[in-house]
Design a protein around this ligand. Structure first.
Ligand SMILES: [Zn+2]
Length: 427
């Protein structure tokens, strides 16, 4: 398949509309209803929320737990009546109930769950963000404890394997970048892969990844391929132990845009040096260097107005195939300074038929930022840049219909939503 900016992957319209709901394997759902549960209160929980997510009245929970006041404290345990349905939109895999003295060896979400005695089981999940249809009081803001001020997705309950705690987003959209966070003594020895990539249009599917150490935890960047709404599956291996998780994925719900480009532009697609252009970007996508950034990402232009959104499905010729837009377009006058979104090393700096004046920066950890259509390129291959350094000037070179910057953020070669990075240390 050819990989071109703005006309990359052919997809069917059905895929664009496809939405996969988060589901819980039947065995897990039954386990959640098998016995009286004990739920451990987390930061941000309210009695009202815990009750209503399970179809209970707050007063019932007060009575069952002998509470005089609905005020909860973090770490407090609450009994939940048996037969209570688990909260909706469960996406995390609860650890199978175990005896206290028994070490957890292998946690597999698909393993059949043994019936448990009606005493105490591990609280199955942390409540997750309700769907828009749910009518619930706003959740009080959590204290800011990390440099990421506003996570894109709510975090699911952690899962533990061989002493390593695994945290993953509870839901994702097509084209999202995200991080799996591992903590615990052996977190640095874990390997991570994404088995759901097998069969997807991914350059190196299910690659064995080594987490990057970052601020007391270890992280691995993941990404959701455009065109896929099947659940994203991940696998964390620590020694002999394997934890497997799954995250539901939704589509972007964008109507197809029909473009008709001038022949002078589409001729660029068959220019003689097109193979060389693809070769140089593929070499960039294959880089796996150490993480080079320590500060949050920044926007490449002072204005972040967008003229064409990421993941936009398009046709370029009447009746032609539908393709996705792999970057985000920021309109700006020709000559506007284009700045590096973060620290890294310049790996591409030149002019190409489709991408025009192109700069690519390798930020390490498999992350590449690419700046297209520039009127001038002001850096050289091999040069180290810092966040905010000027790398070129806005133009309309290559396959472009007007002055703008096309920015791509590629995770191990696959395109992710650029604005997810701005003002954050991690997407
Ligand atoms: Zn574009």
């Amino acid at each position: 398949m050819t990989r071109l900016p703005c006309l990359f992957k052919s997809v069917t319209f059905a895929l664009l509309l496809g939405v996969s709901a988060g589901t819980v394997p039947a065995g897990m759902a039954q386990a959640g209803m098998a016995a009286t549960l004990v739920y451990t209160v987390r930061a941000g929980d309210t009695l009202y929320r815990i009750a209503t997510e399970r179809g209970l009245k707050p007063e019932d929970l007060l009575r069952l737990n002998g509470l005089a006041s609905p005020t909860l404290s973090v770490g407090q345990t609450l009994k939940i009546p048996s037969g209570t349905p688990a909260p909706k939109a469960i996406t995390a895999q609860p650890a199978a109930p175990v005896q206290p003295a028994q070490p957890v060896r292998l946690v597999q979400p698909v393993a059949p769950v043994q019936p448990v005695a009606p005493v105490q089981t591990v609280a199955p999940v942390q409540p997750v963000k309700p769907s828009p249809a749910d009518v619930q009081p706003p959740r009080p803001p959590l204290p800011v404890v990390s440099v990421n001020p506003a996570p894109v997705t709510p975090k699911a309950a952690p899962n533990v394997i061989a002493g390593v705690t695994v945290r993953a987003p509870s839901r994702l959209k097509m084209g999202d970048a995200f991080v799996l966070r591992l903590s615990g003594e052996k977190a640095g020895t874990a390997t991570v892969s994404f088995p759901s990539e097998v069969g997807e249009d991914v350059r190196k599917p299910a690659e064995a990844l080594t987490p990057t150490g970052a601020a007391g935890e270890y992280v691995v960047l993941g990404r959701v391929v455009l065109g896929k709404t099947t659940p994203l599956r991940y696998s964390v291996t620590v020694g002999q132990d394997v934890f497997r998780g799954s995250i539901p994925v939704t589509g972007l719900d964008q109507p197809i845009q029909h473009l008709t480009l001038a022949k002078s532009l589409t001729d660029r697609l068959t220019a003689p040096n097109r193979p060389a252009e693809e070769k140089v970007v593929e070499a960039g996508y294959a880089l796996r260097t150490p993480q080079a950034w320590v500060r949050p990402f920044a926007a490449p232009l002072s204005s972040t107005a967008v003229s064409s959104s990421f993941g936009q499905p398009r046709t370029y010729l009447a009746g032609g195939p539908v393709a996705y837009h792999y970057g985000m377009d920021f309109p700006a006058p020709v000559g506007t300074a284009v700045r590096a979104v973060n620290d890294g090393r310049v790996v591409i700096a030149g002019t190409y038929p489709v991408r025009g004046g192109l700069v690519a920066i390798d930020h390490g950890a498999g992350l590449l930022s690419l700046y297209f259509h520039q009127s001038s390129v002001l850096v050289k291959v091999g040069q180290t840049v810092k966040r905010g350094d000027v790398v070129g000037r806005v133009g309309t070179t290559g396959l472009s219909a007007g002055p703008h910057l096309h920015l791509e953020m590629r995770v191990r070669g696959e395109a992710t939503l650029p604005t997810e990075y701005f003002n954050r240390l991690w997407p």
